[in-house]
Every structure is written in C-alpha cells, then in structure tokens.
Design a protein. Sequence first.
Length: 298
Amino acid sequence: MAWQQLRVQVRSDQIEPLEQLLLDYGGLSISYLDAKDQPVFQKEPGSTPLWDLVDLVCLFEQGANLDGLLFLLRQHAAIEDKGSLTLEVLEDQAWERSWMADFKAMKFGERLWVCPSWQDPPEPNAINIMLDPGLAFGSGSHATTSMCLQWLEKNVRDDSTVIDYGCGSGILAIAAVLLGAPRVIAVDNDPQAITATIENAKRNHIPEGVIETYLPVQLPDDRAGLQSDILVANILAEPLMQLAEDLSHLVKPRGCIALSGLLAEQADGLLDHYSAWFEMDEAVLREEWAQLSGTRLN
C-alpha cells in the first residue's frame, strides 16, 4: 500500500493549529523534523523541546483528496515559505527498520569498530562491537559518541571498573568490556536504554553480570561499592552540571572522568564547575561539540 506524504516548514510556535488542520483532513500520523540542523536539548525529564523551524510531515491514505487542504495551506499565514509545501507518493516499507540501510560499520581509533548486528565486520580480528541501537541513542555516528569511544580506547585497562552514566544503546559500556574492563556499570533514566544495553551485551557475547544495569533510582545509597576507575557520561550539559558532585562520588581518587554531549560553547562553564572535584584537561572539540576529561582529586 502507498501513502501520500505532505511536508511543510513552519515555526514551532505555529504547529498546533496546523496540526489540527492536518488531522481534520484525515492525517494518519504527524512527525516533527529539524528544518535547519539546530541542536536542542531536553532540559527537564518529560519535556519536549522543539527546533525554531520544524518540518511538519504528515501521512495520508493514498486515495485521500487533499486539494482543499493544499489550498488552505497555501493561504495560511503560519507558512512563511510556501515553496516548502510538498506532496509526494510514498511506497510502503518496514518503517521501523528502514534506518538500517544507512547504518554502516565505523572505525574508532586503532582497533575498535562499531558494526551493525546484521552485517559481517570488515575486520573480523579487530575489537568489533555488534550493535542494534533499537529505540535508544548511540550508534557511534554522532561526534560525541565517537569522541568517547576513542577516549575509552586510550584509557581502559584490564583492571578498570567503568561506569557508563547515560548508557543509551550500551555502546560505551560494551566497548569498555571489549577493551578489557572486567566490570562495567551502565546507568540510564530510560528503561528502553536499559533494555537495549542488555540485548546488545548479549549480542556481543558478554557474560551475564559483567555489565550491571541500573536506573538512577536503583543505585545503592552506599556508593563506596560503585566507585570506578573510569566514568564516562555522554549526556547533556545541564544534567552534567547538576550531577557533578554525584558523579564525583562515583570515581575513585585519581580515577578518570570523561564528559560529552555538550556544545563547544558550554565547555568552559563545565570545566570550571568540575574543577572543584577533578583536575580537568583542555577540552577536545569536534565540529560544534566538546568532550571534557579529568582526574579525580584526592
């Protein structure tokens, strides 16, 4: 079965009336896409931040008559760029897996590969993370994940206890194990991320118990038994700021921390803040993103 896909660019504060108009004309699903490659961050759990400009994409049945809707949209004051209004026929496919065609094996550092679980690794004798991100963030393609993987390759030892705080798909936790860490603790506030981490650990034949998974509320009150040689947190600048003291308690004296998920312009503030607990290194920048690292003070 084919579908009609309507796409139009609109300011985020004008979405609600347009969305209702699309639904009134038989819209079956509506998606919001970034129209200008603008980073946005979820500042509060459960909030839904939007880009300033949004591509509103709506699916309709193949036989739906949309002439009246197109006429109204071309007159609508909320649509400043009338040329952004398009309608095309979209052939049906397995949408939930269509992204797989664009996920390719990627190399990080000297010996670490991230490979789709449905493909053979390009270098079978390398350290290969076989990954299916599922509904959780983390395929290695984003600059922040890439920087964390390369940092782990240089810093993980065969006696390292590692905490991956904000584990997403489990990519960093699994990398730490495959690089030699005998114990990894993976933490995320999204239950789907915990599920993805467990499934990807099985996919990489990691023995049960090597990666311990927790929601933050499940972490023991006594953090002494959780202290790590290495803690990596690839989340966002604001939670990194709020969690600084808590994260410091999870790192042994002279242990290492790596932070990412932040924009380059946010690096200085976090460096200053974390210097209360860590001897911080100079920020590493890639594109508009930054990674910070440091050593826990005694």
